[in-house]
Design a protein around this ligand. Structure first.
Ligand SMILES: CC(C)(COP(=O)(O)OP(=O)(O)OC[C@H]1O[C@@H](n2cnc3c(N)ncnc32)[C@H](O)[C@@H]1OP(=O)(O)O)[C@@H](O)C(=O)NCCC(=O)NCCS
Length: 231
């Protein structure tokens, strides 16, 4: 039997005015701490989208959903959100440029990552993120294809790291993936948190100019439904 996963996409809100009241006090503190308006709006949109997606999943209203995003490392409220009172649902949030995304499963650890491909994939970023095998695969490609392929690798790797809950504490180069033109697959990982036999990795589609991937820590096939919404 396959595992269901819903991925919701939205563009960032144009204004916070009509939606600020949906944040709890802790979330309001985070919203206010962002210096750039674009970051505030991406954060607010993420919480709105997460409440909407989780409420639909659980058959309740967004107002009934509360998150605890306590960081496992430092105790600040900037960690992976969990739904208070519901271990039967897990989610992962990601934002980049004009995209905000949320992935939801029935409690199976999930990671979503979206990346705008407009950022320059400079040499030092490539060296930081890709191991020798992956850099050799990239070197076979024409420059434009190589730049797009880099972000395919990057989104797939970050989705995996986010699924473990450890994020960038897992070195990107310690993860080996299938070639960017092949179906997404974890080939090998140095970290015990990532077992290729118990990890499903899939590309998802936030539209032109973006790459995105979902990782679920399961040995089962994952059945993804993607939706768009606006607020
Ligand atoms: C999570 C992480 C990969 C962010 O990636 P990013 O590409 O900058 O941003 P994304 O938009 O894709 O993801 C951000 C979201 O990841 C989620 N997140 C935060 N920490 C996470 C973690 N350890 N594991 C999984 N998801 C995490 C949050 O929902 C966050 O969005 P929100 O704060 O608006 O709710 C990166 O911040 C990280 O590795 N953090 C954990 C390790 C760390 O640095 N800790 C130091 C703080 S003590």
């Amino acid at each position: 039997m396959s595992v269901a996963c819903e991925v919701w996409w939205s563009r960032p809100l144009a204004s916070a005015d009509d939606h600020l009241h949906t944040l709890d006090d802790t979330e309001r503190g985070r919203f206010n701490a962002y210096r750039q308006d674009a970051d505030k709006l991406r954060f607010l949109t993420g919480r709105l989208l997460a409440r909407t997606a989780v409420a639909r999943w659980l058959g309740t209203t967004p107002e009934a959903i509360a998150f605890d995003a306590t960081c496992e490392d430092c105790g600040k409220p900037h960690g992976r959100p969990r739904v208070i009172g519901h271990d039967d649902v897990a989610l992962s949030l990601s934002h980049s440029g004009a995209r905000v995304g949320v992935a939801v499963t029935a409690g199976m650890s999930v990671g979503l990552d979206v990346e705008a491909t407009s950022r320059r994939a400079a040499g030092d970023l490539i060296t930081y993120a890709l191991n020798d095998t992956e850099r050799a695969a990239l070197a076979q490609l024409a420059p434009d294809d190589a730049a797009a392929a880099f972000f395919t690798y990057w989104a797939r790797k970050e989705a995996l790291m986010k699924a473990t809950g450890r994020g960038l504490k897992i070195p990107l180069r310690s993860i080996t993936l299938s070639a960017p033109g092949e179906p997404a697959r974890l080939v090998a990982a140095d970290d015990a948190a990532l077992d290729p036999a118990a990890t499903t990795l899939l590309d998802v589609d936030p539209g032109p100019g973006y790459r995105a991937a979902v990782a679920v820590l399961t040995d089962k096939a994952v059945d993804i439904t993607e939706r768009w919404t606006s607020f």
